[in-house]
Structure formats: C-alpha cells, structure tokens
Design a protein around this ligand. Structure first.
Ligand SMILES: [Zn+2]
Length: 462
C-alpha cells in the first residue's frame, strides 16, 4: 500500500517534470468529419459567383465558332472574332479587366510556344496558354501556389477540322468559365499564398498546352500545392444527370513516383495516399464546410476509361492535381459535329449546359483555392517513428510558418476519408495510443483563424 503510494507520487512527479514535447500522449478516438469552421470572407466571395456571368462567358466562347488549336489565329481572324486566336485575346482581355477592378492585382501572362508536328498536329503550330497570377501577400507564403485550370480549345467529330463549327460549350467552355469566374471573384480578396488562374490550349490535340506549362513550372521550381482541372463541368441537361454531384478524379499511385518511392507504397499500403488524393479529400471537406449545393464524389482513379485530361500533365511532373467532371456525360454533346440525326441533337451547344450547376462547381473551386491560399504551409519532414515494436505511435514534423497549432488525422487503412482528428497544440511531436499498424496517419498545420493546410502522410523513420 505504502509502496504503491510512493510509486504514484513518483509517477506524478515524472509526469510534471518531463518536458512537454516528450509527454504529448493523447487519448484516442476523437471523431472527425464534423464541419470545419467557414471563413466569412470566403462565404462572401462565394455569393459573388454568378451563374449569369458564367453563361455570358460560355456563350461568348461559343461565338468564336471554333477554338480548335489548329484554327485561325492571324490578325484578320482575331479581328473578325473567329478561331482560337480571337478566343485567346478575349480571355487575356477578361483577366486584364478583372485586374483593373482590383487595382492591378492580377499579373496577366501568356505561355506561348510552337508545337512540332505530331499525330494531331499536322504542321508547326503556335499554342498559347493564358493565365493570371494573384500574388500572395505574405513573403513567407507567397512562393506557395494553388492553381485552377480549364482548356479553352474545342473540337468537333474531327480533331483536324480547323474551320468547321466546334462550339465547345461544355468541353471545355465550362472549365474555362470556372477559371475566369474564380479570378473575377477571388481577385477582390487577398491571400498569403499565390493563386494562378489558367486557361490552356492544345488539350484536344494531346494535352500539349498543359504539358508545356507543367514542365515550365517544374523547371522554374514553382511550388504548386494543388491543381484543380475543370473539364466538362457543364452539368449537361440529360435526364440521368445528377446535378447534386461532381466527380473528383485523383491518381492513386503517383504517375511520377520513382522506384525508390514505390517501395514504401507497396510495403505499407500507401496506394491511396498520393498528394493528389489528399487534395481530393480536402475538396470533400471544403464541400462539407461551405455546403454549396454540389457534393464532390471522390473517384479513386486517374481519369475515366479511354479519357485523359490536363491534370495528368501536372501529375507527370510530380504535382498534386485532380480532375473535376460532371456526374454523367452525354457523348452526343461532346466531340460531335453540330447536327440533328434521327431526331437526336448532336454537338456541344450552350443550350445543353446547366449554368447554375457550373456556378456551384465554380464555388467549390473558389472555396478550395481560398482555403488553401489562406492556410499555412503543410508541415515538412513529417515522420512516423518505427524504431521499436510498440502499440503507441509517435509522429514528428517541422514547424510550418504561419501556423499556430497542428492536428494529427487518422483513418483505418480501408477507409476512404480521414475519420479521426487530434489537436496537438503548438508542438512538433505527438504520441497517440493508436497502433500505426492499423491506421494511416497524417499531420496538418492550423493557423489562428482555423485555416487548415493539406495533410501530410508521414514517412517511416528508424
Ligand atoms: Zn475536355
């Protein structure tokens, strides 16, 4: 009895005098999936996103008759408002107009190059990506970037038909309109990190524009945390459409993973924890926080069968990138000559687009971009200690600039989304009474206003 009391006093003394970082042991089983706090500034911005504005943008893009990458871009065609050159100039002017409305806050730029002949490029062709940068206001965070993109080129039944009508209202006037509308609305706000609003060309000829842009970003060392590619987000008005959902495709095993990176993925069950997938989960969380009327449906694959998109160009360069696409595509309304056959209307026309749906998808994008650009950097060097066989789990990480605390997330290995969260306070080490053998962990940084970074899955450390 007396010995027990001595031991108890000893234990209490050890607990009191052990440095904090060594005794951050938490009770487990804190449920997550509750809604995170909404940022009132973001709520205000989302209300500015307008289905009418988006309709005007898409109808304008359709009026260039064709935006095939191989279509006209000479001065006469630009003047006449016909072909991809005219579309490019109009997008530039739109970005410039938004910039005038925010005191010159946007840097409007082009990334132009000549593509060599290839299967879908019969002769050397100038391809131009147009983008606007909203520079981050915090020197410690402005090097971090988040990017939204859509492709402004279009096609009809024949990818080489340079003059026939190719309205491309949904594919991908809708995604281009999302980039533009996000730029118009978010340029009214300021964020610590940088946001890039991009419209690429060459998608239908073989992702040429996005490949050039992603390579340039990689070569110049751009720290792009997330790429949101919107391609076919028009919510085609077919009877089986579900306008309450938008699909979010994300790669599992990263396309750019090296052999050395593949080994732990195979050994430790990391196939559903690419950084692209963390972006997809982040979008799902944003969707719960802001309730914008369209629910992200996470699809755990790179893209649809037989199809690809511009996010793949970024994945290939090692960037986290996802694709947003309407729930059910109507193949009569994409990559088709405009015509009526046996009473069926073919062609990618504006009248098949649900502009209110595009606006909801734009809100989901804007809320995600704003949340990431407001958040501190994801913690670096996140490690899971695996020196010993033990049932507790100890995680360590480097402090992240701008953060005031951290959270450890975890889920069962068979669960698609994070299930539990434990706030750790402002520390860089935490031990949880949860076996690392049974779950997947991640750590995220949190700032004073409650903005959360992307979570980072730890590397094992012995
Ligand atoms: Zn497309």
């Amino acid at each position: 009895m007396f010995r027990a009391r001595i031991l108890l006093i000893f234990a209490v003394l050890v607990t009191i005098f052990t440095p904090v970082r060594y005794r951050t042991v938490f009770a487990a089983e804190n449920r997550t999936a509750e809604k995170l706090p909404a940022d009132s500034q973001v709520v205000g911005a989302l209300m500015q996103i307008s289905a009418e504005r988006i309709q005007v943008t898409i109808e304008k893009l359709v009026r260039f008759e064709t935006r095939l990458t191989l279509s006209a871009q000479d001065p006469d065609a630009i003047k006449a408002g016909h072909g991809i050159g005219a579309a490019r100039e109009w997008i530039k002017d739109e970005f410039a107009r938004y910039s005038r409305d925010c005191g010159g806050c946007l840097e409007v730029k082009t990334d132009s190059f000549t593509e060599s002949p290839a299967e879908r490029v019969p002769k050397p062709t100038v391809i131009t990506n147009v983008y606007a940068l909203l520079k981050g206001t915090d020197p410690a965070n402005s090097g971090r970037m988040v990017l939204v993109t859509g492709h402004y080129d279009s096609r009809n039944s024949d990818t080489l038909d340079a003059s026939g009508a190719a309205p491309g209202a949904n594919d991908d006037g809708s995604g281009t309109a999302v980039s533009l509308e996000c730029a118009r609305v978010l340029s009214q706000l300021r964020f610590p990190a940088t946001i890039i609003f991009l419209a690429v060309a060459g998608e239908e000829q073989g992702l040429n524009g996005s490949q050039h842009f992603a390579k340039m970003a990689k070569e110049q060392g751009w720290d792009i945390e997330a790429v949101l590619n919107n391609d076919i987000v028009g919510g085609d008005r077919n009877s089986e459409q579900d306008p309450s959902r938008v699909r979010v495709f994300s790669e599992g095993v990263p396309l750019a993973a090296t052999d050395a990176e593949l080994r732990p993925i195979r050994n430790l069950g990391g196939e559903s924890d690419s950084r692209s997938r963390q972006v997809a989960r982040y979008i799902a969380e944003v969707g719960r926080t802001y309730e914008i009327g369209v629910k992200p449906l996470l699809v755990f694959r790179l893209d649809r069968y037989l199809r690809g998109g511009d996010h793949i160009s970024f994945n290939q360069q090692g960037y986290a990138a996802v694709r947003l696409t309407e729930y059910r595509e109507d193949y009569n309304h994409q990559h088709q000559n405009v015509r009526t056959e046996n009473g069926i209307a073919y062609g990618d026309l504006a009248r098949f687009v649900n502009f209110a749906y595009v606006a909801k998808v734009a809100r989901l994008n804007a809320a995600t971009l704003a949340s990431l650009a407001s958040a501190p950097a994801p913690p670096a060097k996140v490690r899971l200690q695996t020196k010993e066989l033990e049932n507790d789990s100890t995680l360590t990480w480097d402090a992240s600039p701008g953060s005031s605390s951290y959270e450890v997330l975890w889920r069962e290995t068979s669960s698609p989304e994070w299930e539990h969260v434990q706030a750790t306070g402002n520390v860089t080490r935490a031990t949880l009474p949860v076996s690392k053998d049974n779950v997947i962990f991640a750590v995220r940084a949190v700032d004073h206003q409650g903005h959360r970074s992307l979570p980072v899955v730890p590397q094992p450390e012995r």
